[in-house]
Write a protein of this length. Structure first.
Length: 663
């Protein structure tokens, strides 16, 4: 028997090893926690047992997860997605529960000697099976840049309703397990308590929350802020538990209350570490519940309960998505994305097992099938395109039509820049290219964004730049460069792989979140990688130094040095026009800094009087001491002012002569 400290060290060590292994395989860490729990549990290696302390800590993981969901609860967001959330989402949960109840009744009727299942147990199991994995699916959709696609929006909408549906299910299931005999009365009493408690929390809590947070924040103590946050979360959970409801319900309400305050984003950051660590412990304890030997002894039943619910949810969600107006391919992708079990399914299954609604053997085999379905989810989503191709007779035609339209739009394009992704970064790049007279064509997967930007005249088409066919249709063999504007290393690696095969010498510039994967992207063939964190810090430092009065020339030199250490293609850029021929050197736009001496001609004169624009030169900054002047034609210059000019070398020289010497 391990002591508390030894058990904690054991859980931490195994959790770290499991998460590292699954991260290396690009799989969700939640699966690593489940596998670790299975391995060290009492039914496998027997290293750790199902202690009350472990389960108590794991329960807090669910509490903080529900608190985080409450933070995300937004009425405007629900209204914007109401057709999906309250249409497709409601239908999916209700019909899945109904199908589970019908299947349980039919099985018990046909095989009464083997299966004994009450309708209450079937309802609880149906609620568990109706859940899908928000953690796994949202992560994969984000990595595949599919959150804004038609199937991505439907998947997220259904997941949102599933999260909301957990709250009433956590109230109803214990009511079904009560032994009073009067089910209607029990449900009515539970509902009445829920209404009273929630009304008190929401009404009085809404009045008190903002004012109390203002008092705490004025103390300017991060420690006090965190203590207050834990007090509110666990206090609301305690109130609902004392009322005979669940801990998770109170935490959800607390999150809702804080989401209406201006401290929401700070709370999200502070609570994340507690939530992730404790939720990981919850999944470890779920893995500990799995009796591996029992699964082996009943492997046929496990496979049936794995394939049956997955196929049922896939068919049900696909059909509902079609009814709610989705095309066949979108409906199929929605069904594939939601077919697996979810983390909240474990919560409901654990609750049903603890209330003795379901036979322990059945709990074990269902638990095993749910874990396996979640392990298979990343593989299913990775092969979703191939599956949809085989199941949808018109998918080939639709994709061929899209590629044909793309090829038609880019047929005459030559020496153009191919932009992968047309979000904010892609649109700003396109604007700069247009101003320089450089042709471009962008590929974007958000259909609404494609429609809107096409209407405004942008050269953008619906297409996936990580697919070989889309790159060929976009004229990659005639392109002069490729720019990957979304900060997703897996997708960027796919683009680099196809570009290297199709056009080995084509330069590819890749955007990344930071420089963690810089070496990996460069090794895959990226000409240059631009980390947002590095560029943001350089710009922040540049403006800070200029504001503090550091000469612009010195600031540019420091930026050059920092960039030169990271970007090979930018080394020496600020030294001169090394990237231009001598014949074109006079065309280069550069900055020049002029300090006005006591006898300078410009002293006492306005910018309008100096007419520096006649030299095609722009005054970008005028500094006076530590102040930066607001520029307009009436700005009068004084001795000691620092004037920053922007123009060609010849234009800047003539403007500097005008500023310093009387003509």
């Amino acid at each position: 028997m391990y002591s508390g400290l030894e058990l904690t060290l054991l859980l931490l060590a195994t959790a770290v090893l499991g998460v590292v292994a699954f991260r290396m395989m690009n799989l969700p860490p939640m699966l690593g926690y489940l596998v670790v729990g299975i391995a060290i549990g009492p039914h496998a290696l027997g290293i750790a047992g199902n202690s009350e302390t472990t389960h108590g800590l794991a329960a807090y993981g669910v509490v903080f997860l529900m608190f985080s969901i409450g933070l995300e609860f937004s009425l405007p967001k629900l209204m914007a997605m109401r057709r999906i959330v309250f249409g497709l989402g409601v239908a999916q949960v209700i019909l899945t529960i109904a199908a589970a109840m019908a299947f349980g009744w039919a099985t018990a009727y046909v095989l009464p000697q083997f299966v004994r299942m009450s309708w209450e147990a079937a309802f609880a199991l149906g609620g568990a099976l109706a859940m899908s994995s928000t953690a796994i699916v949202s992560k994969i959709l984000t990595e595949r840049v599919e959150l804004e696609t038609p199937h991505g929006q439907r998947i997220i909408g259904v997941l949102l309703f599933q999260d909301l549906a957990l709250v009433p299910l956590l109230i109803v299931v214990p009511a079904l397990a009560s032994e009073g005999g009067d089910l209607v009365g029990t449900l009515a009493w539970a509902s009445a308590k829920a209404v009273v408690v929630l009304t008190l929390l929401l009404f009085f809590g809404n009045k008190l929350m903002r004012g109390w947070f203002q008092i705490v924040v004025k103390r300017r103590s991060q420690e006090l802020f965190m203590l207050n946050l834990l007090l509110i979360t666990l206090g609301a959970a305690w109130i609902t538990e004392r009322a005979g409801l669940s801990l998770a319900l109170g935490a959800f309400v607390a999150g809702m209350l804080i989401s209406e305050t201006e401290y929401k984003h700070q709370v999200e950051e502070d609570i994340r570490s507690f939530r992730d660590v404790l939720l990981g412990l919850f999944f470890i304890t779920i893995g500990m519940l799995l009796n591996f030997q029992m699964v082996i002894d009943h492997w046929v039943l496990v496979l049936m309960l794995l394939s049956g619910p997955v196929l049922l949810k896939f068919a049900l969600i696909t059909g509902l998505a079609k009814i709610f107006g989705a095309s066949t391919s979108v409906a199929l992708r929605t069904g594939l994305g939601l077919a697996q079990a979810g983390e909240f399914g474990f919560v409901l299954l654990n609750q049903a097992g603890g209330l003795q609604l379901v036979d322990p053997l059945l709990v074990q085999v269902i638990l095993a099938s749910m874990v396996l379905s979640m392990l298979l989810a990343p593989l299913i989503l990775a092969k979703s395109d191939a599956i949809v191709m085989k199941l949808s007779s018109n998918e080939w035609m639709l994709q061929s039509l899209a590629l044909t339209q793309l090829a038609t739009r880019t047929m005459e394009a030559k020496k153009h820049v191919l932009i992968a992704g047309f979000g904010r970064s892609g649109q700003r790049l396109a604007k700069l290219l247009e101003e320089e007279g450089i042709a471009y064509h962008a590929l974007e997967l958000d259909p609404e964004l494609v429609r809107d930007t096409q209407t405004s005249g942008a050269n953008v088409s619906y297409g996936d730049a990580s697919r070989r066919e889309a790159l060929v249709a976009a004229g990659i063999h005639r392109a002069s460069a490729v720019v990957v504007t979304y900060a997703s290393t897996p997708l960027a690696l796919k683009v680099l792989h196809h570009v290297h095969e199709l056009a080995p010498g084509l330069p590819v510039i890749v955007r990344s979140q930071d420089d963690t994967d810089l070496d990996k992207l460069l090794a895959a063939g990226a000409t240059e990688v631009v980390p947002e964190v590095l560029e943001g810090s350089l710009m922040l430092a540049s403006h800070a130094l200029i504001t503090l009065g550091v000469p612009l020339r010195r600031v540019l030199h420091r930026v050059q040095t920092a960039r030169g250490e990271r970007y090979a293609s930018l080394r020496g850029y600020f030294h001169g026009a090394s990237d231009l021929s001598e014949a074109d050197e006079h065309l280069q736009v550069r900055l020049s800094l002029v300090t006005l001496s006591d006898d300078a001609y410009a002293i006492g004169k306005s910018l309008a009087m100096l007419a520096l624009d006649t030299f095609d030169v722009e005054v970008t900054i005028v500094r006076r001491g530590k102040s930066r002047l607001e520029l307009n034609g009436a700005t009068v210059l004084q001795a000691g002012d620092i004037v920053v000019l922007r123009g060609s070398a010849e234009g800047n020289a003539r403007a500097e002569h005008r500023l310093l010497t009387k003509i």
